[in-house]
Ligand binder design. Structure first.
Ligand SMILES: [Zn+2]
Length: 193
């Protein structure tokens, strides 16, 4: 279902998704505004919320669209560049893994470097760690934040409070670099073409 709301200053386009939820909600994804509404929500209720949240919507939409433009403007890495980046990752990341594994008292099994468009790292239930080659385009602290995150999964296979306590115990700046990666994810992942 698609909806459109007309307002004094201009037209706000959005996608309307009705469901069994009980409250109205807004989401901005890939430059698009999504309104989530209960089945019984009236058009007036939706319009009122959109008016109330208009400045939030405008600023977040602008940010999201800017990100898309930036991603489109970035040239993808060619094969040689990607290969060189992989070499760098193979030389650098295992050392960081060993360092933090020592601090945490854990023993990872295999370390694999991957070209991935969706995630920075992962940890399998067998204790194998995967890291995104694109981490080599980020600051060392951002790399450490992913290394520590995945290593801590060897202790806690979840994202519980206990998990984050482990993370922060060896990398107190974790949230700052986690946010940095989130903020730059779109433009960086776009370099895989
Ligand atoms: Zn995790």
């Amino acid at each position: 279902m698609n909806g459109q709301e007309n307002e004094g200053t201009g037209t706000l386009r959005y996608r309307l998704v009705r469901s069994g939820r009980r409250t109205l909600g807004l989401e901005i994804r890939e430059g698009e505004l999504i309104v989530r509404a209960p089945y019984r929500a009236t058009r007036q209720e939706i319009d009122r919320m959109l008016r109330e949240k208009r400045s939030w919507i405008d600023s977040h939409l602008a940010k999201s669209r800017q990100k898309i433009r930036e991603a489109a403007a970035i040239r993808p890495l060619n094969r040689e560049e990607l290969y060189a980046l992989g070499q760098k990752a193979v030389e650098y990341i295992p050392g960081r893994v060993r360092y933090y594994a020592g601090l945490l008292g854990v023993q990872p099994r295999k370390i694999t470097i991957r070209n991935q468009r969706t995630r920075w790292g992962s940890c399998s239930s067998q204790g194998n760690l995967n890291f995104n080659v694109l981490l080599m385009l980020t600051p060392p602290e951002a790399i450490d934040s992913v290394v520590v995150h995945e290593l801590c999964h060897l202790k806690e296979m979840n994202h519980s409070e206990r998990f984050y306590r482990e993370v922060l115990s060896v990398f107190p700046d974790y949230y700052r670099w986690h946010d940095w990666l989130k903020e730059h994810q779109t433009e960086l992942m776009a370099r895989l073409g």
